[in-house]
Design a protein around this ligand. Sequence first.
Ligand code: ADP
Length: 165
Amino acid sequence: MKAIYPGSFDPITCGHLDIIERATKVFEHVIVAVALNMEKQPLFTVEERVALLKQACGHLKNVTVDCFEGLTVDYARAQGAKVIIRSLRAVSDFEYELQMALMNKRLNPDVETLFMMTSAEYSFLSSSLVKELACLGTSIRGLVPECVEEQIFAKIGCEGREAEK
Ligand code: ADP
């Protein structure tokens, strides 16, 4: 069975990668899809986020990376995927995720949203926190794939005071 894992991925973190790796063991094929979200002001362009995801997921044979605009359920249908994967870190994620899952169900009852729990070691991790740390020149090693670590400091034009530690 094919599943899509949609998100902003601005940028991909080790928390996302952990979910993707675990999802590849459950589904035959996982499409990681960068969603264009007009409300957010991203650090990385869609093309950059797709490129980082491709690098980070290069070792996973049953993963493809893509981007899309519009409704997630429409994209899922176009890809022939019946499952949307989302993940939960804390209770605070629940309300938003429930709302999205119920709306998507209403929009297309044939597409099921399945939730995976974060691994404990990444439960505090978010793309926004990583960006904040990087802006402050703090090391983000172990929080993001290596390719992201290099790109993020290049992007914000900061050496990363402790980035090499
Ligand atoms: P969105 O803007 O759609 O929420 P994100 O890139 O922030 O996109 O997240 C995509 C999905 O990954 C969401 O379901 C989110 O809850 C989940 N996620 C984000 N960070 C982590 C993490 N550290 N561990 C597990 N899941 C995460």
